[in-house]
Design a protein around this ligand. Structure first.
Ligand code: ASP
Length: 354
């Protein structure tokens, strides 16, 4: 009797072990790479606007979100801990290389990156061009620090993990999940300095919705990204200097000359309207082109495309039109493009492709 009791306990133990192991195996493996930002920020009280970014570690962040470990097997890694105003190409190159290394293995199904919102769109676009995998790569931030009343970080992080763990998120390029919305790296931009619904994709709309971890997708990016991208940063340690020059009423053209003198290989004009600038600035930009600097015309306007030869004779002056890319994303694409020689026609083609 006693022996058969022992046998049944052993069998039950074995079955339970198999069950829990099988359960663990059915959950996707997600690595959360932390870089800092308000989502990791802390303040002295819950109701104050001043705080410090990048104070909370990734393990503390994950431990503070109820139920998040039911979505996936999670592993946190601290890549940096900065406010994204201090994001650098050095950190971005490190991040891209680490993501490529992780996603090349069969052990990792998706990546979440916690990031400040100030430059999130640039980092997302950089990774959209340099990650070499179709597996989900999801970025997330928050507008309120972790200590705030109604902090938005925990639910954003929960939703981001659910998207990274979702096979339906594959092949859509780098995604950003915040305040229920799933948006594409190519199209989103920060539109409010303080509101939680800060990210919008004015031309393309949202990719989908994430509601407490239940995800619905509405569209797929039609431009090139990630696995299909030609940009390879595996051996790259620095990027060529590309400056953004802001155009406005009576702008001084010597800002452009100054960029050239200081070694810029490319200049993006945050132009007025359809990428316009005054006559003196056009002359300075044309001088820059003659010295071998690539000039891209983008726009300081929140939405719309910049087209070739609309009011400025691009064919004659050798300028590139940014198409859908805002100045900060045009700068990212141009920085990567300048790693290799391209003709003006090839550069223009890139702006219509990525
Ligand atoms: N300055 C912060 C950052 O970008 C703002 C934020 O995360 O919302 O890191």
């Amino acid at each position: 009797m006693h022996r058969s009791y022992q046998k049944w306990v052993a069998v039950l133990g074995f079955v339970l072990a198999l069950y829990s192991n099988g359960f663990a195996q059915t959950k996707p493996n997600i690595v959360v790479l932390a870089t800092g930002g308000t989502i990791a920020g802390a303040a002295a009280t819950g109701a104050q606007s001043s705080y410090t970014s990048g104070k909370v570690t990734i393990d503390d962040m994950l431990n503070s979100v109820p139920g998040i470990r039911d979505l996936a097997n999670l592993k946190g890694e601290q890549v940096a801990n900065v406010g994204s105003q201090d994001m650098s190409f050095e950190i971005l190159l490190k991040l891209a290389k680490r993501i490529n290394e992780l996603l090349a293995t069969n052990d990792v199904d998706g990546i979440v990156i916690t990031h400040g919102t100030d430059t999130l769109e640039e980092s997302a676009f950089f990774l959209n061009l340099t990650v070499k995998s179709d597996k989900p790569v999801v970025m997330v931030g928050s507008m309120r620090p972790s200590t705030a009343i109604s902090a938005d970080g925990p639910l954003n992080l929960y939703d981001a993990v659910s998207v990274a763990a979702d096979p339906n998120a594959k092949g859509r390029g780098v995604l950003v999940v915040m305040n229920d919305w799933i948006q594409g790296a190519h199209s989103l931009t920060k539109t409010s300095t303080t509101a939680v619904q800060t990210f919008m994709s004015p031309l393309r709309g949202v990719v989908g919705i994430s509601a407490y971890g239940k995800n619905t997708y509405y569209n797929n990016p039609t431009w090139k990204h990630t696995a299909a991208s030609e940009f390879d940063v595996s051996g790259v340690t620095a990027l060529p200097r590309v400056d953004i020059v802001f155009a406005d009423v009576d702008m001084p053209p010597d800002l452009i000359d100054c960029s050239v003198r200081n070694g810029a290989k490319g200049i993006v004009i945050a132009g007025v309207g359809n990428g316009n600038m005054n006559k003196a600035a056009i002359d300075a930009a044309a001088r820059a082109v003659k010295q071998g600097v690539v000039v891209v015309r983008s726009s300081r306007v929140a939405t719309g495309t910049v087209g070739r030869n609309v009011e400025i004779k691009d064919d004659e002056l050798g300028f590139i039109a940014s198409d859908e890319l805002n100045p900060q994303k045009a700068r990212i694409l141009l920085s990567l493009a300048l790693l290799k020689p391209h003709t003006p026609e090839q550069l223009q083609e890139l702006f219509g492709t990525y």
